[in-house]
Design a protein around this ligand. Sequence first.
Ligand SMILES: Cc1ncc(COP(=O)(O)O)c(C=O)c1O
Length: 442
Amino acid sequence: MPSPSPEIIRLLSSFWGPLYKADTPLVTDAGADCALTDYKSYRLVPMITEETVTASAAILARAAQHDAGLWSPEVVFVSGQGVKLFDADGREYLDCLAGIAVASLGHAHPRLAKAISEQAAKLIVCPQNLGNDIRTAFLEKLFTFVPRPLNRAFLANSGAEANEAAIKWALVATGRRRFVAAKRGFSGRTLGVLALTWEAKYREPFAPYALEVDFIPYNDLAALQAAVSEQTAAVFLEPIQGEGGVNPATPEFLQAARELTHERGALFIMDEIQTGVGRSGRFLASEHYGVVPDLVTLAKGLGGGVPVGALLMTNEVAQTMPKGGHGTTFGGNPLAAAAGLAVLEEIEAGDLLAHVREVGAYFKAQLVALNSPKIREVRGLGLMIGVELKEKAAPYIAALKDDGVLVINAGATVIRFLPPLVITKAEIDEVVRRVAQVLNRG
Ligand SMILES: Cc1ncc(COP(=O)(O)O)c(C=O)c1O
């Protein structure tokens, strides 16, 4: 480990205050935290020394001087390889998070790295009001995966931006302002889509919103029937709720949403930002349900880590926006398009949709086979798996991180697994072994 400089040590001390460790055991019956306040009974020595500070801690202290203060990271990742990530201190982790469903091909994938570097050496900037070869190839490839009548795309830079575009198209296409969205749904954090995001802690501090939204319980057919009216511009749903707890829709719910929107002159928008690009074992999760929406939004896995968002639409919807009625500076730039094309080519060449179906079913079965009394339910599709516990998930997620497995919560009690689509059965076995270890210990 590189030795931190005296400046770093000074910075750490100014950030955390004087930290100490005891040279006699700190743990008493009341636990380590309590023992620290009871420090007089121990001989204390400064904890931050050139010998004890880690490279990660030094970087975190520097970052804390400038970041927006929204998070408190504890690990610093510096490289990755496939499903593995490495921190600044050389520790290895199995990544079952993939940047929240982003690193679809895993880390440092040769096809993706080559495509990006070759394109960077050729052309990075070319906005969508000018033609470009690689963007065209990307769009052509994208629509080999997507069911008709979806055949037009607006390219953006993120999920929220793709959803913002979907809202604008729905407004102009219908001339209506009311939306139906689901309780526990998540659509992003920008001011338009925040109106469709259910969680009060995200939505309420920034209210009121310009859109009128009727929230209905997910999978509730009667509530859907009652909410969709001649005033509804669009029904906006995730086929499997991600943030909301890894809740798959029932086929009846999505099929009813399709029929009702047709019947009442509204649009059906499917947010596939987390579920799309093969995550569920089909290119779009809505394909499992035999439902084709009028608009679909993609992002996350589409660029394998390079920011790429897309709003897919039918001809009929696309043509309702006047020329120049929407736009973006960076969306569809050649670098992003090269990344997107490489991801799609690898999904095809590696037969990744079949792979996800196979290893996803295996992963789920192995988790069920743990038969842990702490698990209430294992659910999900493909490599989007939620393990609902009978207690809070946070301590187990922290313990998994300590044991070298990265996962994330989905609500208070669900551990969410979103590994790269290329994860192998052997890697899954190792993850499940560590999950069992943590559940048995906790
Ligand atoms: C279903 C869904 N929609 C929208 C978003 C927002 O995407 P982004 O964070 O790229 O803006 C997310 C992000 O987690 C998501 O999961």
